[in-house]
Design a protein around this ligand. Structure first.
Ligand SMILES: [Zn+2]
Length: 294
């Protein structure tokens, strides 16, 4: 998957939000669909794991989101994803070639097709344009507090807000999403990478001895969305210097069985580079997928 194409997809999402007059939070994907005469309906998809669909036919374009999806943030992301299939170059053609119907699946993190990843990045850009993200972060604290504020303002899932925060924040930060004793994926901001020769935890890695590992040992912590905070350092998680200490902020993501851990530090140096070419920085870092609703 070309990182360039993912960046283009995100920027297209940002542009569509702007073109439809959304210059402040929240961006409303339902209104954008309406402006385009796309009918949006909630339906039981009849298939497990399907979060939404888009249909191209003689009557026009229709979007369906699954009634299994309870969270409004997840619904908005799903509709944003389907809009990606409408707006992104080549997507309508690819879907029409496959019969005009496309079903999107929730919770993928590996092996997704390129149009699925692109649509996720489109949705992330649409719902959380970089400028609006930075405006929120500028007035918020480092780490989880900024992520929480963004998730609230943008009405987005905590995980997608965390990824966008790591992309847009001026301070170094990293996130790890885990399930039980195992890493699902990790993500570092570019300024975080500049803290040394670091190793990012990857899917399938065992969690190191840590507050997160202890937190996950009690499934109730995760299920009931508890949170916790601890001190750690770069060596414990990222094979970096033990002299650089980090906050390890932990939050259970509820029924998904996943945990989000956010690493940051008030004491770290600011990003030495200007933020102007944020796009250059991002493309490097896109390994995680936007897992739906998480
Ligand atoms: Zn899709």
């Amino acid at each position: 998957m070309s990182k360039f194409r993912l960046k283009m997809a995100r920027q297209r999402g940002e542009k569509v939000a702007q073109e439809h007059g959304f210059t402040a939070f929240r961006v409303d994907p339902f209104e954008i669909a309406e402006n385009e005469d796309i009918v949006v309906e909630a339906k039981d998809p009849g298939k497990e794991g399907v979060s939404g669909c888009i249909v191209f036919n003689d009557d026009g374009v229709g979007i369906i989101y699954s009634t299994h999806v309870k969270s409004q943030g997840f619904r908005r992301f799903t509709v944003g994803h389907e809009l990606g299939h409408f707006y992104l170059d080549g997507h309508p053609e690819e879907i029409l070639n496959a019969g005009g119907f496309h079903a999107s699946r929730a919770g993928f993190t590996q092996g997704s097709s390129s149009i699925e990843l692109e649509a996720d990045h489109f949705a992330a850009g649409l719902l959380m344009p970089s400028k609006l993200v930075r405006d929120v972060l500028a007035s918020e604290g480092v780490g989880l507090s900024g992520i929480n504020a963004l998730a609230l303002d943008a009405e987005a899932s905590l995980t997608s807000a965390a990824i966008r925060t790591a992309e847009c924040a001026r301070y170094p930060m990293a996130i790890v999403v885990s399930a039980g004793p195992t890493v699902r994926y990790g993500f570092m901001s570019d300024s975080f990478k500049s803290l040394g020769r670091l190793k990012l935890p990857r899917k399938g890695d065992a969690l190191p001895e840590s507050a997160t590992r202890n937190f996950n040992a009690d499934a109730e912590n995760v299920r009931s969305g508890r949170s916790s905070c601890a001190e750690t350092d770069l060596s414990a998680w990222f094979e970096g210097s033990a002299n650089i200490s980090l906050d390890e902020e932990i939050v259970g993501l509820g029924s998904y069985g996943l945990t989000l851990t956010v690493f940051s530090s008030e004491e770290m140096p600011d990003d030495p580079y200007e933020e102007d070419d944020e796009d250059e920085k991002l493309i490097e870092s896109w390994t995680p997928r936007y897992a739906y609703g998480r």
